[in-house]
Ligand binder design. Sequence first.
Ligand code: FE2
Length: 151
Amino acid sequence: MLGLSKRKPVAGAARDAVAPFLPWSEKYRVGNEAIDNDHHRLFELINQFHAAVHGGQAPRVVKATLEELLDYVRQHFDREEKIMALARYPDLARHREMHARLRRAVAATEMSYQVAARIFDFTSFLSFLQSWLTKHILVEDRKFADFAGQS
Ligand SMILES: [Fe+2]
């Protein structure tokens, strides 16, 4: 049939073509399955948000992906802190404080997005989150995983 060869690409194909902003790598695996699964999902949500911003998605889609990401950050911190408490991690208070600082940054991000979405600095927010998260996983979460692996 003539018409079939002229089909337009589906909208999803263009979205899939965007390279991941923060590719998952085995180096981020700390050895605790629940924490690793959460971190992997966080990377996916960051990439989803990045793709929405740079793929020209509608503002409501960008807003929804940002909210999903920030909610997941908070849920992940809650789960991770529970795992650490159960393992009687001696450095939990300091770790909780690091999470608390990011929770405050997340709240400030939500506020600035709500007040002025049009001038929201997506690039700065994404690079801040990428830098914070990768350092935190590779240094701080790994310290916990090492502790838990020894006990
Ligand atoms: Fe953590």
